[in-house]
Design a protein around this ligand. Structure first.
Ligand code: HEM
Length: 402
């Protein structure tokens, strides 16, 4: 075998094997995860990892294509005939098309899927938006068709892979000048250095990072500009307590995928009228900025904002009216009427008060159910992943004003 053929650049070789391994893992991992029954332990994590690695493949493919333009690969060996060269070229073009189409159809599917209407958070850190302006495909038929294409492209990838591997092996072992050693130097024989020094790393990888920043950064920027919601109460009574919001909290918690989740609302306002010598006349009104919910995982925070949960775009505020206060088994019991997304439910609210002169600390809790509030009813109506009950814990520190 000749030793003169020059190899690919180290960057091209690294990208080639990295992406190849990732795609193979994605295909077999994709089959495995989509065969799991809904609610199987760890399924959520697998889907998020699949989406994270898939988007990474898309961005690396952008870098790879730019790199290839700036660092043309070594020419195919002269002993390959015209037909073989054309076939090899077509397989490569097909691969580049698939490396773009596989992640794009996956991204489109996760943007329009009804069954899997769950936001994407890359590697648990970066919120990745759905593709905009494709809601027309968000039907059983539309998302089914996209899923079909995504699934069949996996088979097309495996078909091309078979041709690619057969071609590479044939031209390694039967031709005068092997080709595999150019992509696997050392293992299949020595090669000459790339003909030209490598260039354009900043452009190739900078563009991929730029694309990531642009796509992930635009939605938070837009919502910062357009979201002017703040919680405000419009109580018809005069409150007699002033709340220390820094020391007070409204927290929520429950179970997701077998693990506890929790979070709190960072923007809420309450008006309270309460006298301990006449608790039956007590009342409170609370306004909660639904978009201010922050959970212990970014995925949960992003999910809560979406249309099937709090739908913050249409319903930026929720309200709670607390009334019917009376002595309870420990402390007091009242009725909390929660209104969210134009739906109202009543739940018993138990609370205790600890007075210190004109200061009070109130600790209370209640439970709501997801179904009557139409929370997560598209993707998880059977509570396979997210438990039906949501616990709400409230702490209010306040000082008496009159
Ligand atoms: C090179 C990249 C990718 C490859 C090779 C790949 C491959 C696969 C495969 C083989 C399946 C199983 C299909 C079946 O059931 O027959 C699958 C499912 C899926 N993929 Fe991808 N994928 C890629 C990128 C992505 C991306 C970027 C996303 C989203 C951002 C995504 C989202 C999904 C989803 C949500 C499913 C589940 C379908 C279901 O369970 O109904 N994929 N993928």
């Amino acid at each position: 075998m000749a030793e003169t053929s020059s190899r690919y650049t180290s960057v091209a070789i690294t990208l080639h094997w990295l992406i190849a391994l990732a795609i193979l893992g994605m295909i077999f991992g994709g089959w495995y995860m989509s065969d799991l029954p809904d609610g199987a332990p760890g399924q959520y994590f697998l889907y998020q990892m699949h989406k994270s690695i898939g988007i990474t493949i898309l961005l690396l493919t952008v870098a790879r294509i730019l790199w290839r333009v700036m660092n043309p690969p070594p020419p195919l060996p002269d002993d390959m005939n015209g037909l073989e060269k054309t076939a090899s070229h077509l397989v490569h073009v097909g691969f580049y098309a698939l490396m773009i189409a596989m992640p794009l159809t996956g991204w489109l599917y996760s943007s329009v899927s009804i069954r899997l209407d769950v936001p994407t958070v890359l590697f648990r850190v970066i919120s990745w938006p759905d593709i905009p302006f494709v809601s027309g495909l968000k039907t059983e038929a539309g998302s089914g068709a996209v899923n079909f294409v995504h699934s069949k492209l996996a088979w097309a990838t495996l078909g091309l892979l078979a041709l690619h591997v057969a071609g590479a092996l044939k031209h390694e072992f039967s031709a005068e000048e092997g080709v595999l050693k150019r992509m696997l130097p050392g293992l299949f024989g020595k090669t000459a250095k790339p003909a030209l020094p490598a260039r354009g790393a900043l452009v190739a990888f900078g563009s991929a990072v730029g694309l990531l920043v642009l796509i992930a950064g635009t939605p938070p920027l837009l919502s910062a500009v357009t979201n002017g919601t703040t919680a405000t109460t419009t109580a018809a009574f005069t409150p007699n307590w002033t709340i220390d919001y820094g020391a007070s909290s409204i927290r929520f918690s429950g179970i997701h995928d077998g693990n506890p989740y929790s979070g709190s609302f960072n923007d809420w306002q309450a008006a309270i009228d309460f006298n301990s010598d006449d608790p039956e006349q007590g009342r409170a009104e609370i306004s909660v900025n639904t978009g201010s919910a922050a959970a212990n995982q970014r995925l949960y925070t992003d999910s809560l904002k979406s249309a099937e949960w709090f739908n913050i775009a249409e319903f930026p505020l929720a309200t709670v009216e607390v009334s019917n206060m009376r002595a309870g088994p420990t402390g007091y019991i009242a009725t909390a009427r929660l209104t969210l997304k134009d739906l109202s439910v009543d739940a018993p609210f138990e609370f205790e008060l600890e007075f210190d002169g004109d200061q009070v600390v109130m600790t209370g809790q209640t439970q709501f159910q997801r179904t009557p509030l139409d929370l997560g009813q598209d993707s998880d109506p059977g509570a396979d992943w997210v438990a039906e009950d949501v616990q709400v814990d409230v702490v209010v520190e306040a000082s008496r004003t009159n």
